[in-house]
Design a protein around this ligand. Structure first.
Ligand code: XUL
Length: 532
């Protein structure tokens, strides 16, 4: 008999991707399409349309429908074994919303397998312009939400995050205020994740608790809509949002359209879709408290598994955990990641990574007390909008410049100290770190990371983890459904992930960084105060 297969789809900002795995977690097929390149008729840049104000950012919802058509056609043409797939789950860019008109479920129920999805669903959208996570046009709505809910900390305590402009609740409030006719014509507001699941189900699919945590609308403890958060958004919202389910929930079978048109099995189960960051947590197999991942790309993201939630008004987000419905995950985002390292490499290390690493390796742990802050872009964590470099000597006195070696080390140490400080503020006490992304190939970066946190650093075999995570979640949800009980994610996937330990901490260096933390935090607080 053929091995059972599990399909993960990932609808990101730029494209749609699939990862097909077997029950031993081996990848048997992958394919990706890019919206700008493969669906040029939608005229997107990076999968999005940027408004004239520079703040409003949307994506054309019909593009996501056309992408599903196209990807499935390509899979079929490649001879991917679609009939052996037991379950499908997926990952969507977080926070984006899709607005479906009254009667959309009837259109979905009556799909004709002879025709592509796109032409049949064209009339389904109350607006084709779906607001996405890159939008930052809802300042007013954010202020109103925090006022209504008792301030930023109260908003975070209830919903997991203070009011953020990209979060769906604030986008809904803006739609209601500025385009009430769209709001009134809408029967169902989906997230990008639940919209894609809706297409596969041919009926409205529920929002999962993990992606639902990115809306400023859900009570992260009860995993239900928070009435006070709905009330300050728009009228009669609960019925337009539908139900919230656990991320591992089985949400029904694949619509017969896909069985007839593409040759899927009529028994294919659907597992709730979730957001891309939750799926990355699943893809990296962070499955117990103390597991954190640090993704060091253009921007840096620190995210990990938490048993207890400690929401903060100043940093990060708490989401319900996508692989353990009783736990949480937290995420802290930085804008000044790779860009800063690149600039300092160019300015102080002749543009060479080898020179940069050698300078860091040859300079003392703790940098003789010198500390630097480098904000070349307005920063998210900490919230500092003034750009530039700020350098301090061992007596906390501002200085204009460091010697090249001290400059390179100050960047690396500063980034790691900041991740330890802000990670701790949102509740992380890591037992191990999984490093991914461009900077994770730099041994000196890994050494400093391990020494700052005092824990071993591991490398993930595959850093592009959202669609892989979706395939793992398909397997997880399917196991739970088959056994009619909650089977842990680890047990479903067969125990511990195979990880390579890249760096062990040095006790003396860790002690030195622990001493430095207080100075680092105080200096950072002063910079934040200067902003105010
Ligand atoms: C997370 C966020 C982004 C999107 C990208 O809060 O806004 O990471 O999920 O797809």
């Amino acid at each position: 008999m053929e091995r059972p297969l599990f399909l993960g789809l990932d609808s990101s900002t730029q494209g749609l991707k699939c990862t097909l795995i077997d029950d031993q977690l081996q990848i048997v097929y992958e394919r990706a399409l890019n919206f700008d390149r493969d669906l040029p008729q939608f005229g997107t840049t990076g999968g999005a349309h940027i408004g004239e104000d520079g703040l409003t950012v949307t994506s054309p919802a019909p593009m996501w429908v056309a992408a599903l058509d196209l990807l499935l056609e390509q899979m079929q043409a490649d001879g991917a074994p679609l009939d052996a797939i037991c379950a499908i789950s997926g990952s969507g860019q977080q926070h984006g919303s899709v607005w479906l008109k009254d009667g959309s479920e009837d259109i979905l129920a009556n799909l004709d397998a002879q025709k592509p999805l796109g032409s049949q669903l064209a009339g389904m959208f109350a607006t084709e312009d779906s607001p996405i996570w890159m939008d930052s046009s809802t300042k007013e709505q954010c202020r109103a939400r925090e006022d209504a809910l008792g301030g930023a900390q109260a908003t975070a305590a209830l919903t997991g995050s203070r009011a953020y402009e990209r979060f769906t609740g604030n986008q809904i409030a803006k739609m209601y205020a500025q385009q009430p006719e769209v709001y009134d014509a809408t029967e169902r507001i989906c997230l990008v994740s639940s919209f894609m699941a809706t297409l596969l189900k041919g009926a409205y699919a529920p929002i999962d608790a993990s992606d639902g945590s990115g809306m400023n609308l859900m009570d992260i403890r009860t995993r239900t809509w928070a009435p006070q958060a709905l009330a300050c958004t728009a009228p009669d919202l609960a019925s337009k949002l539908g139900k919230i389910v656990a991320s591992h929930a089985d949400i029904g079978t694949l619509h017969p359209y896909f069985v007839s048109r593409y040759g899927f099995s009529p028994r294919t189960r659907l597992v709730a879709w979730s957001g891309d960051n939750p799926n990355s947590l699943a893809g990296l197999r962070l499955q117990e408290a103390g597991d954190i991942a640090i993704s060091m790309g253009t921007s840096y993201t620190v995210f990990g598994f938490l048993r207890e939630a400690q929401p903060s008004a100043t940093e990060g987000h708490i989401f319900v955990n996508p692989v353990d419905p009783d736990a949480f995950m937290a995420m802290v985002c930085y804008k000044n990641g790779a860009l800063v390292r690149d600039r300092i490499r160019d300015a102080s290390a002749d543009g060479s990574w080898d020179t940069f690493s050698a300078l860091v390796a040859d300079s003392p742990v703790g940098n003789d007390g010198q500390i630097g802050f480098y904000f070349f872009d307005a920063e998210i964590t900490p919230p500092i909008h003034q750009t530039g470099a700020r350098r301090f000597d061992a007596n906390d006195k501002p200085v204009g410049a460091f010697a090249p070696a001290a400059e390179c080390r100050a960047v690396v140490e500063g980034q790691c100290l900041s991740m330890r400080l802000h990670g701790a503020n949102i509740g992380f006490s890591p037992k191990r770190i999984l490093a991914t992304g461009g900077a994770s190939v730099d041994r000196e970066m890994l050494r400093v990371l391990s020494n700052v946190f005092g824990v071993p650093v591991f490398i993930a075999a595959k850093s592009d983890s959202a669609s892989l995570g979706a395939s793992y979640r398909a397997l997880h949800g399917w196991r739970c459904w088959q056994e009619d009980r909650f089977v842990s994610f680890g047990e479903s996937l067969g125990g511990e992930p195979p990880l390579t330990c890249a760096m062990e901490p040095d006790a003396a260096a860790h002690a030195c960084y622990t001493d430095m933390m207080e100075r680092y935090a105080n200096l950072e607080s002063k910079l934040i105060e200067e902003e105010a």
